[in-house]
Design a protein. Structure first.
Length: 91
């Protein structure tokens, strides 16, 4: 399996998953307790995570950094797609 195939497997396992960060990692403490959604995984192996604060964050797509959340428990994630059009601000 070449490295692109490995990344495709990684993408399939993480994209559209609800996640929390492993808050034992000091660099991720600011996201502790917040549910996010993995938007995509880039070919550097980083999950692009939307925590609904207006930015997307790249976090290594691994169980060492991210913990998958059961979709039934993802009620803390208010919006399936936070990049929605805001009609009152359009045109």
């Amino acid at each position: 399996m070449d490295r692109f195939e490995e990344k495709d497997v990684l993408r399939k396992s993480w994209i559209d998953q609800y996640v929390k960060v492993n808050d034992n990692r000091p660099e991720l403490k600011r996201f502790a307790g917040v549910v996010g959604r993995v938007v995509t995984v880039n070919y550097n192996g980083k999950a692009i995570v939307d925590f609904q604060d207006g930015a997307w964050y790249d976090i290594p797509a691994s169980a060492d950094h991210l913990i998958k959340v059961d979709p039934a428990d993802a009620a803390k994630y208010k919006n399936v797609n936070s990049a929605q059009v805001l009609p009152e601000k359009q045109g």
